[in-house]
Every structure is written in C-alpha cells, then in structure tokens.
Ligand binder design. Structure first.
Ligand code: GLN
Length: 490
C-alpha cells in the first residue's frame, strides 16, 4: 500500500474509514518489505508504535480531531525519541538510547502522531548524499544506483517510498531541501528559531533547524502547526506569525506576486534539464499573474566558503562532547587523553574528522581573525544581499541544486564536489531565512526541485505559495517505480 498524502489519510481517519492501527501497521509492513532496497531506516519499535496508534484510535473514537492525530511519522536519527536508539549515523554513540523526547517529537506525540521509525542520515548530519553514514549508504527510490541526497536521506526516502506520509529531518545548510529535491518530496526549512532545537543533536548551532518533509505543502502545514512555537528549552526559538492560517491552508493569490530570480543561481553550472523544469515552473506562476524580475545577490560566491568555515568551527566545538566519557562507546586506555583520542579515532568517520580538524584550526589563535571572524563578516554581507532583494520582491525562486541525484560513489572522494551540491541552499541558511523545496518535474527520469525563499518569518506565506503551485501542478504526486519486495526484511 503506497501512502499518498497526509491530508488524504487525515480525511480517512476522521471519517473512520481506516484506523490509525491499520495505517501504522501498513507503514511498518512497508518498511519491513521494502527497506532492504534502500537502507533508509535504522531503528523501530513496532510494539510501541502500534500501542501509540491504538491510543490515537481511542482519541478519534472519542470525537477528538487534530492535524496529525493517528498519522505515522518517521524521525531522523539525530532527533531524540525517548527509549529508542539515537545514533546520528555514527558509531561513536554506541548503544546510546534517547533519555528524553525532543520538543518537536514531544509536540507531535501530544498531538497524536505516531513515530514509526528512526531514519538513516549522514553522520552527525554532515553530508549531502546520504553516503556518509556509519551504517552504509541510503539509496534513491527513483534509481537505487543513485544517492537520495543528504543529510536527511532516510527521511526523504521514507516519504518518497511511502513508508509514512510525514517525516522530520534537520537542515543546517540544505539537509531537508536537497534530499527532498532528489526524491520528489516537499520540505520546509523554517526561519531560524521557528522550530525548537531542543533534543536535536547539535551540528552547527547557529544554522541548525528541524524541518518537516512530506508530499505536499498542505501536508507540511499539518505537521508544522503542531510543532511550531517558542520553547523555553531553546532560547533561540521564536513564535512565528500567522500560524493560525495553517489550520486550513489556503493557496496564495499569485496575481501580483513579485518573484525574484537571483541571477547568481541561474549561471552556467545549471544542468539543462534542471533549467527547463525551472522555466516551466516560472511559467506556471506567471500564467497566474505573478510578476518575475531578476535580482542580484552579489555575495553569493562567498557562501560555500563562509558556510564551511562557520559550520566546521561550530562542529569542532559541538562534537567535543563525544569523548567516550559521558555517551556511547569507549575505547579503554591508560590515560584520559588517550581514552578520548582513541575513542574519537575509532568512533568518528572521515568527514566528521575532517570538519573537526578544519574547525579547530579556524578557531585557533592566529587563525581566528583570518578565517572565523572574516566568515562572520561575509555572513553579514550575504544576509544584507537578501534583505536588499526583499525590498524589491516578495519571494525568491531558485533551483535547489545545480543537478539531479548523482550516482553513488561519484563524489565521496572529492569533498569539494560534494560541498558544491549545496551552493544554492547554504546562502539562505547563513541568513536564517525560511526556504521551501518542492518538486518541479523530471529530468532524465529523475526529480528536479525548486526552492522558494522568503524573508524572515514568512514561513506560512511560503507554504501558501507552494500550495498554490501544487494546486496548479501535479509534479509532487509523481511516485518512484515500485521496487521488488526485499528478500531480507528488516
Ligand atoms: N550538506 C551540508 C553539509 O554537509 C548541509 C548539511 C546539513 O544541512 N545538515 O554541511
């Protein structure tokens, strides 16, 4: 049974046409049957998920209604779900189990959503392809010889392959948007602070955001409205405006909408098939009366360098907590420094080590001013570019990535090539802006995503604009080919 949209299941659950227990059971069965093909799932607790589904059914029978009540959801494995293993795709966490629920998970649970699995990811969310997990690569349902995009690889595959209509990922520099684009899924990277980070394992704290993934903007709205809102446990969290409009998401009026096309995002590196999908998407908007104009974001070419300086610096600090003393696995040694060094050497993968080394260097005496401080200044310039653009236009429309999903193994030996997949997603992260990635058609049989970017706190508006686009088009409903049932179920 392929899951279609959360909104459709919502209606079926409310009408009593299906129970949450049946829906969650189907979700678990699909994971068991199919995931041998993709490697998108790391852990499950079927007994617990089914018990939660029965609780949701009782609430439904008692007449309660709610946006996510009874709906299955898959959680990226850097989000704490109490009692379940939490690996972050790394060996260093060993058999660590989450001692509490992340705020977003707690809010979903309180609203009656049913977590069904923890999803695979690049180690500690560092990666763009889903290949940097200590537990093996994840594959793209559209073509299993290709990457699904990362780092929320398993979350995007879970939606694309119909394991669940909703998933949570995290996005530091593109990690829900890139896999969404590669797998034909819709995803929101909220305004920085829009969702609580409490219980999200930190990668780069000034950039990290939790982001929902689903088939449509309408489905994202179901999950987003129950998770958003200030959390005393995350001092950077904020109350976004207009959340009440999510209760019944209406398509935005496109007539008169001023759409900016940043010249820097439409340069030579863009694959022709991606460009064609973008042009078609732009026509869908202009046919409805939207106005398109070119804008300039002149500091864009500093974004990758800036991101990888800020990100690695914060990584070097955040990841120091994984030392074999308090969490997870430990390599015994005679002295404490040896214990820490050997535990980290054995427990962390190459990409994580590369970033810790680079970040430690950036923050060291002598390098701090030359690298880290300069990066912070460039970050301000990049942010100002966007502020200037939003004086002229309401929203920006860009590609998510210059190309479609690339073959597994293509970029694992070339960090720079891997980093360049994020060229269109990191600038907005540095500026803390809300971004929405959504399907815009296929190129050589593979999904192409477009990105909507709005000013700070325009998250609800972005969902409304995306909903308008998805009411006019059906790209988001295209499904990957149905795979063989896996011979070695989970
Ligand atoms: N691909 C980017 C990186 O490797 C972004 C990762 C993310 O958003 N978590 O840093």
């Amino acid at each position: 049974m392929a899951v279609i949209t959360a909104a459709a299941w919502r209606e079926n659950l409310d009408a009593g046409d299906i129970s949450s227990e049946a829906l969650v059971g189907a979700s678990l069965a699909r994971i068991r049957d199919l995931d041998g093909n993709y490697g998108a799932i790391l852990a499950r607790d079927e007994v617990r998920s089914l018990a939660l589904a029965r609780q949701a059914d009782a609430r439904l029978r008692a007449g309660e209604r709610g946006p996510v009540l009874g709906l299955p959801v898959v959680l990226k494995d850097n989000l704490h779900w109490q009692g379940l293993p939490l690996t972050c795709g790394s060996r260093i966490l060993g058999d660590y189990r989450a001692p509490y629920d992340a705020t977003v998970v707690a809010r979903l649970l309180a609203a009656g959503a049913v977590p069904v699995a923890k999803a695979a990811m690049d180690e500690f969310a560092m990666g763009s392809s889903g290949e940097f997990s200590a537990f093996g690569p994840t594959r793209n349902p559209w073509d299993p010889t290709r990457v699904p995009g990362g780092s929320s690889s398993g979350s995007a595959v879970a939606v694309a392959a119909g394991y669940a209509p909703l998933a949570l990922g995290s996005d530091t520099g593109g990690s829900v948007r890139l896999p969404a684009a590669f797998c034909n899924v819709t995803a929101l990277k909220p305004t920085y602070g829009g969702l609580s980070r409490h219980g999200l394992t930190a990668m780069a704290s000034s950039l990290d955001q939790v982001g929902p993934l689903a088939r449509s903007a309408e489905d994202l709205a179901l999950a987003f409205q129950v998770m958003a809102g200030r959390d005393p446990l995350d001092s950077t969290s904020i109350d976004l405006p207009d959340l009440a409009r999510l209760a019944s998401l209406q398509p935005a009026t496109l007539r008169g909408l001023r759409i900016g096309l940043p010249a820097e995002y439409f340069g030579e590196g863009l694959e022709p098939g991606v460009r064609a999908c973008l042009e078609a998407a732009i026509r869908s908007f202009t046919d409805q009366g939207a106005e398109v104009q070119e804008v300039r974001l002149p500091h864009t070419h500093y974004a990758i360098d800036t991101y990888y300086l800020v990100c690695t610096s914060e990584v070097s600090s955040n990841l120091s907590r994984f030392d074999g003393v308090r969490y997870g696995s430990r390599v015994a040694a005679d002295t404490l420094p040896a214990l820490i060094a050997q535990t980290r050497d054995a427990g962390l993968g190459d990409e994580v080590k590369r970033r810790i080394l680079l970040g430690t260097f950036c923050l060291s005496k002598g390098s701090y001013d030359a690298f880290y401080l300069k990066a912070l200044k460039a970050r301000t310039l990049i942010t100002r570019d966007f502020q200037a653009a939003f004086a002229e236009v309401d929203v920006l429309l860009t590609p998510v990535s210059p190309g479609v999903a690339f073959p597994l193994g293509d970029r694992t030996q070339d960090p720079l090539a891997m980093y360049l997949a994020d060229a269109f997603t990191v600038p907005t992260s540095l500026a803390g802006l809300p971004c929405l990635a959504m399907p815009a058609g296929l190129s050589t049989g593979l999904p192409v995503g477009i990105q909507l970017v709005g000013p700070i706190c325009s998250d609800v508006r972005l969902l409304e604009i995306a909903h308008a686009f998805q009411s006019l088009t059906s790209h988001h409903l295209a499904l990957p080919p149905e795979p063989p049932r896996s011979s070695h179920g989970l």
